[in-house]
Design a binder for this molecule. Structure first.
Ligand SMILES: [Fe+2]
Length: 473
């Protein structure tokens, strides 16, 4: 799309990035654009959701480039970085699967986005989130440009900081017959991977400027933390980050070079901060063990994708401190123990896909048998089916499949903590219900008081929870 047709007004409108409205605005009462049900379309293309991958261009720059948080903040970047360094810690938010595909889902999305915005607005300076990192599936059902306003710009209008994103399958799957100009990844890139600080047509009358991240995969470098984000493509399952040797024709292999280059750089620099990987499709997703009654939730894990990542980590001698993912509409926190070089690493794998679209149960009845929910701390090593590193065990420490929720991440020079806060429509937001802290130098969990046995992490105040189950999304 040419610049003339993409933007309705002379650009740039502002001489610096803009992240929110000058005055907080009330919730919308309805979609601006009526969203017809895509149920029939889903039925028609069901098979394609497991077959049709998409291509995408390489990120700008070289594979080892970093995209600095200060760049996103524009002229305020140095001041923001200075205040983070003076505080000695950075705080940020992350969550996936925010989009509301129907009016009925809108309260969930708005509740989560309101809680995030309120936390960001009211926080003391040292607690103020420096950014929000979205883990994909922003705009349902298929990343249509006309729904970006309703499902992204409007709900997040009051979030007063940069919002980065990796695309999910719903931001990239191409409905057959769609004109090239309307392919969803083009819209995503226009709004998140812009070369200039512009207001896009999707923002409507709102002021948030497009994010300037260099691509659909990129390394965000902030004080104390670096987030290496990968795009896991357009399928419901599995997540695909490369052609896998020709299996997924059309998917470029840029991301493998990118990941290797980033790890090489971290090693060369002796990077001492927290290194995180973010990818929409989760490496692990709960299912009961073989022979146990019932089955897992809507999605499986992604062992082939994880193996590719692990192989590169092993080759470069660098392993991340934690993995972030969405896609499953619930919260799951695993700890994978990995023998890596001379050390034994404890690595949280966090799934946080309860951004408002839906809430999905971790287990489902199958062949007439109900499944049991796993207890906290359950040994789920059987989910680590083809480890390409020396994996010593996998534990599902905590989960919440009854609430929406998000993660607040806090990092300093020594530790990084991930705090899950459940969000329930109609109830006041609770406090963090699950926290895991990692000692950065040792790649080890910092012991916390043991949680009550076999309890979900969510508090259970009165109020309408999200639906328990939805179709696979
Ligand atoms: Fe997804």
């Amino acid at each position: 799309m040419s610049r003339d047709t993409a933007y309705r007004m002379p650009q740039p409108v502002f001489d610096e990035p803009v992240f929110s409205e000058s005055k907080p605005t009330p919730d919308p009462t309805r979609f601006r654009v009526p969203h017809p049900s895509d149920a029939a379309l889903y039925q028609r293309i069901q098979q394609l959701l497991y077959e049709d991958v998409v291509t995408f261009p390489p990120a700008r720059g070289t594979p080892s480039d970093l995209y600095a948080l200060a760049t996103a903040w524009g002229p305020h970047g140095p001041e923001v970085v200075r205040s983070i360094e003076e505080a000695g810690r950075i705080v940020f938010h992350t969550v996936g699967d925010i989009g509301a595909s129907t009016q009925g889902k809108y309260p969930g999305e708005l509740r989560v986005s309101d809680v995030l915005a309120r936390e960001a607005q009211l926080a003391a300076p040292s607690e103020r989130p420096a950014f929000l990192y979205l883990l994909g599936d922003l705009v349902y059902d298929f990343g249509e440009a006309r729904y970006y306003y309703d499902q992204f710009y409007e709900p997040y209008r009051n979030y007063p900081a940069p919002i980065f994103a990796i695309p999910g399958n719903h931001d990239s799957f191409i409905v057959p017959g769609s004109p090239v100009a309307q392919w969803p990844l083009a819209t995503f890139r226009r709004n998140f991977c812009s070369e200039e600080t512009v207001v896009t047509p999707e923002a409507g009358s709102l002021h948030r400027t497009a994010m300037t991240q260099p691509g659909v995969y990129f390394a965000l470098d902030a004080p104390y933390v670096r987030v290496v984000g990968l795009f896991s493509n357009a399928l419901e399952d599995p997540g695909v980050i490369s052609s896998e040797g020709g299996r997924w024709k059309g998917v470029p292999d840029y991301q493998l070079d990118f990941l290797a280059a980033q790890l090489r750089r971290a090693k060369r620099e002796r990077y001492a901060g927290a290194l995180l990987f973010a990818v929409h499709h989760p490496p692990f997703n709960y299912a009961p063990p073989a022979g146990a009654p019932g089955g897992g939730g809507a999605h499986g894990g992604n062992p082939a994708m994880l193996a590719q990542i692990d192989v590169i980590c092993r080759a470069e001698g660098v392993y991340p401190h934690a993995f972030l993912a969405g896609h499953a509409h619930n919260y799951q926190r695993y700890t994978r123990t990995v023998q890596f070089g001379e050390g034994t690493y404890e690595v949280p794998f966090l799934v946080c896909g309860g951004g408002g679209h839906d809430v999905q149960s971790l287990v489902a009845a199958r062949h007439g048998s109900e499944a049991s929910e796993p207890a906290n701390g359950a040994d789920v090593s059987y989910l680590d089916v083809h480890p390409a590193v020396d994996a010593k065990g996998l534990r599902l420490d905590r989960h919440d499949d009854r609430s929406y929720g998000f993660l607040r991440v806090v990092a300093d020079a020594a530790r990084i903590s991930f705090e899950f806060t459940p969000v329930i429509v109609g109830a006041e937001p609770g406090v963090a219900a699950d926290t895991v802290t990692i000692d950065i130098a040792r790649h080890a969990l910092v012991p916390a008081p043991p949680p009550p046995p076999s309890e979900d992490v969510a508090d259970k105040p009165k109020g309408r929870r999200g639906p328990r189950r939805g179709r696979a999304e």
